[in-house]
Design a protein around this ligand. Sequence first.
Ligand code: SF4
Length: 355
Amino acid sequence: MTDKIHIPNVVVPPHPEWPKLSEAEKATLKEKIKRLLKKQDAVLVAHYYTDSALQNLAEETGGCVADSLEMARFGTTHKASTLVVAGVRFMGETSKILNNEKRVLMPDLAATCSLDEGCPYELFASFCDEHPDHTVVVYANTSARVKARSDWVVTSGIALPIIRHLAEKGEKILWGPDRHLGHYVQKLTGAEMIFWPGSCVVHEEFRAVALERLRKVHPDAAVLVHPESTEAVIAQADVVGSTTALIEAVAKLPNREFIVATDKGIFNKMRQVAPGKILLEAPTVGEGATCQSCAYCPWMGMNSLQNLAEVLESGKNEVHVSAELAEKARIPIRRMLDFAENLKRGVCISSPSGS
Ligand code: SF4
């Protein structure tokens, strides 16, 4: 099925090289950003994979550092009239969709994601049209148009219970775009699923054989893996989960050492929650090979203190999603948020009829 789909080649940019700032320059820039955030009635929402300076600043200024599910939720509850999203484009779009009346700014609108880029609307919509009897479930890492074409949006933190819920209702699922996460969820739920053949260029870099070798050198280390990784890497994990789940695992597990297979930006939060623990990067192809990601997302790397300050000063890089598109895309996102809320409270929810 998926071998018939030819997704476009995703051009992966080189990692951005930001001018090195001295500690004094950094402090001045941070003070400037703090002033601008106040002046613009803005709050900073940063992803775990962004630069640690941005993550720390978000927390110091009353914003949040989170996974994409929490980032989406945070914007809806905060009173600021401007949300500044340090992350990648789909995160800014999701914030705009859920907060259409607010201004949403991003340090760089070109910061995208290989999953989003590899799932263009027209191709994906035809795939859906070919399978009208399937419930369309898309990962949050997609464009507003793709979300609007779906029945459910999920993040890695909520994918498993939602697919289990749909499978128990006997629904057939069309899943996109991350095939590794899709296969992982299918394995655990037994759901009947067809897949869009997308992948994350960062998580696909982790190497199973090298990981086996590293585990032998550190036999007591717990292996933490994000489910966008390949099956052979996931098979070696002690914990498979979303960024939030992996951070919780570092804090809760008794191990002293951890091998972490996800973007290394997450180490900042892991060090905060578990200061004494030793964090090792899971092996990738390596800087000297064809690797273009090496456990560090080049698009997340497009966010810096410098362009954050610029954007707050100029008001450029505003995210726009038309009201009509936002209304359509909001339905499957809200469905996910309501499901997550009900899950917390132990309530079961119904899915859209016929999907
Ligand atoms: S780490 Fe992967 S999934 Fe996350 S934004 Fe980068 S390319 Fe997309």
